[in-house]
Design a protein. Structure first.
Length: 447
């Protein structure tokens, strides 16, 4: 048995396996002997059929089968021994008129080799890292938002633009006539979602019982979902005329909550905050944590994009052929060309990620995964104002990890967290101070 590797261009190579009869003959003989013992052949008792007849009828089929088994074993043993990192799977080179009785048989397999990578990564490579500042205005807005969220509804005598307007919606046609069987429901909305200033002015001036005509596509802000107010689906709303007569029944106003201990306890729990100053400090700390997290994600994406520019000699021709011939779900030539850009991008990142994991020991260990799952359970419990003893939390976390899909998702997140920390430690950072609004604009554009 002789196995050789001949490298070609663009990380493509051919593995050649040459074998003579001595390599496979004993296996073929053993297979025939086993078949003779177990086969039920008319006219003969089991194991008594002449070997010559067995060889004549089944010899070639068993020879081909044993040779193919031997080929697979030798091929993968060779790749493992030579530590070949291949892309896709080996493709056998077709041979016309192969003489299976020849003294020496030679088989060829095309393979795509993973290219050698040199990653441009050091502290000398300066990448932008945004230091997002928490402004007084942002804190003021968050305090106002919390006070409104935990405030109380009142019924003012005179409406203002940001009040809540409650009444009956009735679907009408172009002439303003109610549509038979059309949408009709009581509902309310805030004046802040009304984009049409004339309509908003009419609502503010309206008295109970007055009617105002609204249009789903024009009256409200683009991100407002009128279907949630009407209790219908988006498709049902789209199938309607989109015109509604709104009969005002009442106006409500959200009176901001008083900043007292009851208010503080509702937000952060009993005794956690006892003054407006502490409230603002807590808000600032939470926002800073969110901003750092978002800045880290942006830095990870920036570093990843930088590494994706690494020169990479992929075996493109081989991979496209493999996708058509050897993949689990073969694609047509047209499908390969259409999907190749996204496939290539994914493959490039897998090669980069694999190199980083191997060379810098970034593997995800079981204890890290459990620790992440425990933290996730605790975070979810806190969102509902609940808590569990440590042992119970770990049990819940371990049950989550039994779900394969969830376990894979959490493992990917742990890996990303480790790689993000690795990037921050191994790339240079050019710190840029920014407001959160400017940072979001930049992050949205670059990501």
């Amino acid at each position: 048995m002789n196995v050789t590797l001949q490298k070609g261009k663009a990380s493509e190579a051919t593995i050649t396996i040459a074998m003579d009869q001595a390599d496979y003959a004993p296996k073929v003989a053993a297979a025939l002997q086993h078949y003779r013992k177990t086969a039920r052949i008319p006219g003969f008792r089991p194991g008594m059929a002449p070997m010559a007849m067995i060889e004549r009828q089944y010899g070639m089929a068993m020879r081909v089968d044993e040779i193919n088994k031997l080929l697979q074993d030798e091929l993968y043993n060779f790749m493992e021994k030579e530590k070949l990192e291949i892309l896709g799977q080996p493709l056998p080179v077709p041979q016309q008129g192969l003489d299976w009785n020849a003294s020496v048989l030679e088989f060829h397999f095309e393979v795509g080799l993973a290219p050698e990578l040199t990653l441009d990564m050091s502290e000398k490579v300066k990448l932008p890292y945004y230091v997002v500042e928490v402004s007084k205005k942002v804190i003021d807005d968050e305090v106002d938002s919390l006070r409104k969220r935990y405030g109380k509804l009142s019924s003012p005598e005179k409406a203002v633009e940001d009040d809540l307007f409650f009444g009956q919606f009735t679907e009408v046609d172009e002439a303003g006539t109610p549509v038979e069987g059309g949408l009709s429901k009581d509902g309310r909305f805030a004046g802040t979602v009304v984009a049409d200033k004339k309509i908003l002015k009419a609502l503010v001036a309206a008295a109970n019982g007055d009617k105002v005509h609204l249009e789903a596509g024009k009256t409200f802000a683009s991100d407002f979902r009128l279907e949630t107010v009407l209790g219908c689906t988006a498709d049902e709303l789209a199938s309607s005329t989109g015109r509604f007569e709104f009969e005002l029944k009442s106006v409500y106003r959200m009176e901001p909550a008083t900043m007292d201990q009851e208010f503080f306890d509702k937000i952060f729990g009993p005794g956690a905050v006892s003054s407006e100053e502490e409230l603002r400090g807590k808000i600032q700390a939470e926002l800073e944590a969110v901003y750092v997290r978002d800045a880290d994600i942006h830095f990870f994406n920036t570093a990843s994009a930088h590494l994706m520019d690494t020169k990479m000699d992929l075996p493109v021709a081989f991979l496209k052929k493999w996708l058509q011939q050897g993949a689990e779900k073969p694609l047509s030539a047209e499908e390969v060309e259409t999907q190749w850009p996204s496939m290539e991008k994914g493959m490039r990142w897998q090669l980069i990620e694999g190199k980083l994991i191997r060379e810098h020991h970034l593997h995800v260990h079981k204890e890290e995964l459990v620790e992440y799952a425990v933290a996730l359970v605790n975070e979810r419990m806190m969102q509902f104002g609940q808590s569990l003893p440590g042992e119970e939390v770990e049990k819940v976390a371990l049950n989550l990890l039994k779900n394969r899909e969830q376990s894979e998702q959490m493992s990917e997140q742990v890996l990303q967290n480790k790689m993000s920390a690795f990037f921050k430690a191994n790339f240079g950072k050019k710190e840029i101070k920014s407001s959160y609004e400017d940072f979001l604009a930049i992050a949205t554009k670059t990501n």
